[in-house]
Design a protein around this ligand. Sequence first.
Ligand code: GLC
Ligand code: GLC
Length: 643
Amino acid sequence: MPGRPTTSAAPGPASVSDDALFDMRWERAVADLRAPLGRLYGRAIPIDALMDRLHALLARKWAERPVDLRVLDIRRDLDPHWFQSSRMAGYVFYVDRFAGTMRGVADRIPYLRDLGITYAHFMPCLMPRPGDSDGGYAVMDYTRIDPRLGTMAEFSEVCAEMRAAGISPCIDMVLNHTAREHDWAEKARAGDAYHQAFYRLYDAPEIPLEFEKTLLEVFPEQAPGNFTFDEAMGKWVWTTFNTFQWDLNWENPEVFLAIMETILTLANAGAEVLRLDAVAFMWKRMGTICQNEPEVHDILQAINQAASVAAPATIFKAEAIVGPDRLVPYLGAGRHTGKVCNLAYHNSLMVQFWSALATRETRMMTDVLARHFPDSFRGAQWATYIRCHDDIGWAITEEDAGRHGVTGPGHRRFLGDFYAGRFEGSFARGADFQVNEATGDSRTNGSFAALAGLEAALRTGDAEAIDRAVARIVLGHAIIAGFGGLPLVYMGDEIGLPNDTTFPDDPDLAGDGRWMQRPFMDWDLAGSAPTTDAPHGRIFRALRRTLSVRAACPELGGATASRVIDTGHGRLFCVARPGIDATTWLVANMSDEDQRLHRDALGLPDGPVPLDALTSLQPEIADDHIVIPALACLWLRAVHDGA
Ligand code: GLC
Ligand code: GLC
């Protein structure tokens, strides 16, 4: 049989053509594509026909894939756990606020490298609708970069420069909705039936009203309800977020194919990570809140598996800011294990950090994080973060609150009050977001520094308060770096930038308080950070050290289990990271006083208490108790015998 190697063939160099690689990767993925696509679209289109169209699309995008990225594909195929390395650390920024333009971002690569960054998330930078675009999350053209920032060619160049510097670029893929001004929506508005089927449109209000009975509202203040009447079509459009963000109809296989094409275009431009926005909302089912429906995980599997054929270096991050019990499947559960997204935001860790910091109590944090989440995932891990560009939703369930002697609404109200600075003695200077009169729930805005007390402390100049605020920020960064997963540093947090107070001057931003935590980079502060003892310098250097220590401790990477330890100590949050050659115990003191913990509570090996890797110092020991200074995080690291 021609082409088939036989055992009698003479030894010689192995070589495989690019087309043969494509075929092998298709074979690898075909079963994992066929099953979810059959479930999703088998009624709309014969599955063989859909698979043929998908194969053609993937082959076409593979043919377009630049050679350097095909080489990267091979490297990633050989090292599929690359993103789980302890060297991986992310930085998240708006191009304009960070560096002005795409070219400007390239000039900042040395800054990112110095900080220890190996993953760079470009916040939405595709062509947005004019005016208010929800921070770029209302895209009108997925093939163009926002012209104010640059061009797709420039984006590609910056990606190549990052790749050469060991930094993996990440870009947003908004796939729950497009802008009303997107070509598909414009065609729909002009009456084109093919494109009307891309969206969820209703001729009369009855069905929308029926859905509304169980739907929640994401923006009850600025965009109440989930449907918008479009005059041009005379139809109701599903708009979960703002009125100008039209939800795509993922029941239509044409939507899957069109979005897949877009994803592969971005991957071929050099994006290594795609952040899939608002994925929880992609599938709708009457009588439910239309979030986290099982079909969402079929869609995510199909997207991931399709990319593994035509752009295998690409990984995916799910943005699903949902309750603890709903979060886990985004990293693969049941039949989707190891087949969906590689990264998902650990919003529960974020919420519990802020909750523990406010109460100085860690029992709920320990309980929630141990109870709801597995220690590790197959080929997937968390993206850990303390702040991002969005508000904090106080996702604390009734059951979790109840086990700790508080009620869900009561604790959520306390956290809202505390971080808005209304609670007596609060150090925080945040603000409410989208207060929902009907449910009494509100969410919270504010930069890391403002919520952690730095803003208030700098205003009064109280040195002790400043020290405590700096310690809270350093602590937060040590937790996201040590917990397990990919830590994401949000631009400006490395130098403790305060809330932005200028956004209300811009009419396109004024209506959305989340701009408070989306400041412009202060390059003067950043310039002095490596040398000054001012707060921003201390925060910057602590983070830089944290990331470099982490890089040298393989067990702190994402492939190692994260075992939350219940030590019974109500002020400490403890996690063991048992690696192959070493184990590190993260011991975080969430209170304003020094705490003591008996060494047996952590299950440390016999012998002296291990050094704190973050400081390279022996922690203070008193009567077999480890002393953990107020608001400190220790990384006790024991190298295993024989390692
Ligand atoms: C995501 C984004 C958020 C945006 C929403 C709608 O949750 O993080 O900023 O408003 O999706 O696209
Ligand atoms: C909610 C949604 C999230 C969205 C955010 C916007 O948390 O779950 O997807 O980004 O609101 O503020």
